[in-house]
Write a protein that binds this ligand. Structure first.
Ligand SMILES: [Zn+2]
Length: 340
């Protein structure tokens, strides 16, 4: 019989987040259908690893699962209004525990954090539902913390569900992975990313552009600066197009502008690379090609696959050089001289 929870003080509630239900998750239908089958069949696994790129909804789905497991009004889908739904969102539900990544100022999730979670999961559930533990950024668990976690995975208490949310499966011990059901999350279609951005208050035009630069990750898209990817991106691409055949003075001036750009030069180069990629796609696929800079499609000139490919190579080489701390100004001048 698991120990009764002591009347000890409740853990401090984490910052409240909105109530998350599966119906609010865009995309990831396959992962959700998998969880639904397990839940409805009464054979939900005791441990899961959710893996996939950052910002594609793994954490959101883990929260929706905790809510769906505990909501009596609407099992699995969650009603979004009952006490369980509200307290899980607030981080105060006694049977749902989150480890929200490393403690402040730390780089890893420590063995102490895992032991705290294990102690919580070891208490008898106060509801008639399984206790749920979620470890965010589980790829940051130290080796000792993972070894401690093995104990829970080897002897599941019968009444708990553990969800490890990780961007890198390879950071987890094979012994952990073999004891967890793996659910993989892929990048979202650009249109879904744009729809999520609109829900977060971006205009339709902004959402379209930001989504095109987010590699299928709404989480990444939400961190992108609309001003840079809107107005500044259009200016950069227009200036770049105007440089063809320009003299040394004009090139060095523009290199200086790029070097002085407030944005990390990688963001500037990502825009330049995307433009050459668009030109190449248009050259290969014709007018139907889906472009990252769809709003600038009219500016695409005569198709030349080989030239676009060379320009793309030049841009990537510049990115590599800057990552290796090459002189910024000089490297950018060299790039502009090479671009055709
Ligand atoms: Zn509910």
């Amino acid at each position: 019989m698991p120990p009764r929870r002591p009347a000890a003080p409740q853990p401090a509630p984490t910052a409240p987040t909105p109530i998350v239900r599966f119906a609010d998750v865009l995309g990831q239908e396959r992962a959700i259908a998998h969880l639904r089958r397990g839940f409805e069949g009464g054979r939900l696994a005791h441990a899961f690893v959710f893996t996939g790129p950052a910002g594609v909804g793994k954490r959101t789905v883990a929260r929706a699962l905790a809510t769906g497991v505990h909501c009596d009004a609407a099992p699995f889908t969650a009603c979004g209004a009952c006490n369980a739904c509200r307290t899980i969102a607030a981080g105060t539900h006694p049977d749902v525990r989150f480890v929200a990544g490393p403690l402040e100022g730390k780089r890893d999730i420590s063995i102490e954090q895992v032991r705290d979670l294990q102690r919580e999961l070891g208490f008898r559930s106060l509801s008639r539902h399984p206790k749920v533990g979620i470890i965010d950024d589980a790829h940051l668990l130290t080796a000792q913390a993972q070894n401690a976690l093995l104990k829970t995975l080897e002897e599941p208490s019968g009444d708990s569900v553990l969800v490890l949310v990780a961007i890198q499966q390879s950071a987890l011990l094979p012994t952990i992975l073999s004891r967890c059901q793996r659910v993989s999350f892929g990048p979202l279609p650009t249109a879904d990313v744009a729809a999520i951005l609109e829900r977060h208050g971006r205009s339709a035009a902004e959402a379209r552009v930001l989504a095109a630069y987010a590699n299928g990750s709404p989480g990444v898209a939400l961190t992108l600066d609309p001003e840079f990817f809107g107005r500044r991106r259009r200016e950069l691409i227009a200036a770049l197009a105007g440089l063809r055949g320009a003299g040394f003075k004009k090139l060095t001036d523009f290199a200086q502008t790029l070097a002085g750009e407030e944005k990390d030069p990688t963001a500037v180069l990502a825009v330049i690379a995307s433009w050459h990629r668009d030109l190449m796609r248009r050259a290969v696929l014709g007018a139907d090609a889906e472009l990252q800079n769809a709003d600038l499609a009219d500016a695409v000139g005569a198709p030349d696959v080989a030239r676009s490919l060379r320009n793309l190579e030049t841009t990537y080489a510049t990115m590599r050089a800057l990552r290796q701390n090459a002189n910024r100004n000089l490297t950018l001048v060299q790039m502009l001289m090479r671009l055709e």
